[in-house]
Design a binder for this molecule. Structure first.
Ligand SMILES: [Fe+2]
Length: 222
């Protein structure tokens, strides 16, 4: 069956159901995107290139990349970068005076499987001060997702963090009633995970051409 037929049937199905997921809001890529990519550590940032363990609370991140209908997007490239537990990035522009964890590379690239899923083991990032006096970024993780149709840069936040309510970027999402789309969900620890680790889920929704067209048609009929 051709892709056009598949897309056409999918569009009809969408029109009939008229149910769509809200897309994940975008953010600026920010100044701390790696200027030179470190050696790819795959889906485990807890081990350094030299094999040493990095400091901090172990963090398990899992999620799915889907289109507006919830269908998985396989083969999406998921780049992840974040600060170490002291709030330091291995980046020349990082002015945070805290001591950096030299074993932490802070960047990973993962490709989603056929089910759109990705997994990463890392450490929970710490807060850090910005150049604006009094403004500390809460713990967060940067994502850049690239698919055959689109590219999304966004940030994921941790629920319950004290600094969340004061963060200028997150509160903008709150004002737009889209903060639930950038907030991770805390999950139960699974067998084999460290007892003091934390496990979170963060799902990412991206448009694809046929779901955008179907959404427009469904809206036009409302
Ligand atoms: Fe950041």
């Amino acid at each position: 069956m051709s892709d056009n037929v598949d897309a056409g049937r999918q569009q009809v199905k969408l029109e009939q159901e008229a149910k769509f997921l809200a897309r994940t809001p975008s953010e600026e890529i920010g100044p701390m995107y790696p200027v030179a990519k470190p050696e790819d550590r795959g889906d485990d940032l807890v081990r350094s290139a030299g094999g040493d363990a990095v400091d901090g609370q172990i963090l398990y991140i899992r999620g799915r990349v889907t289109d507006l209908t919830g269908a998985p997007i396989a083969g999406a490239e998921v780049e992840v970068w974040h600060a170490d537990p002291q709030g330091r990035y291995p980046h020349p522009c990082d002015m945070n005076p805290a001591v950096i964890d030299a074993n932490f590379t802070g960047w990973a690239k993962i490709v989603t499987g056929p089910d759109g899923r990705f997994h990463l083991r890392s450490t929970k990032p710490g807060p850090y001060p910005t150049s604006t006096p009094g403004w500390w970024r809460p713990p967060h993780i940067h994502f850049q997702v690239t698919t055959a149709h689109d590219r999304l840069v966004t940030q994921m936040y941790f629920p319950g963090e004290e600094l969340n309510e004061k963060d200028e970027l997150l509160t903008r999402h709150v004002r737009l009633h889209q903060d639930d789309r950038v907030m991770a969900r805390t999950c139960e620890l699974e067998e084999g995970m460290e007892a003091d680790a934390i496990s979170i889920e963060f799902n990412i929704v991206l448009p694809t051409p046929h779901t955008i067209a179907a959404q427009r048609q469904a809206r036009a009929k409302e």
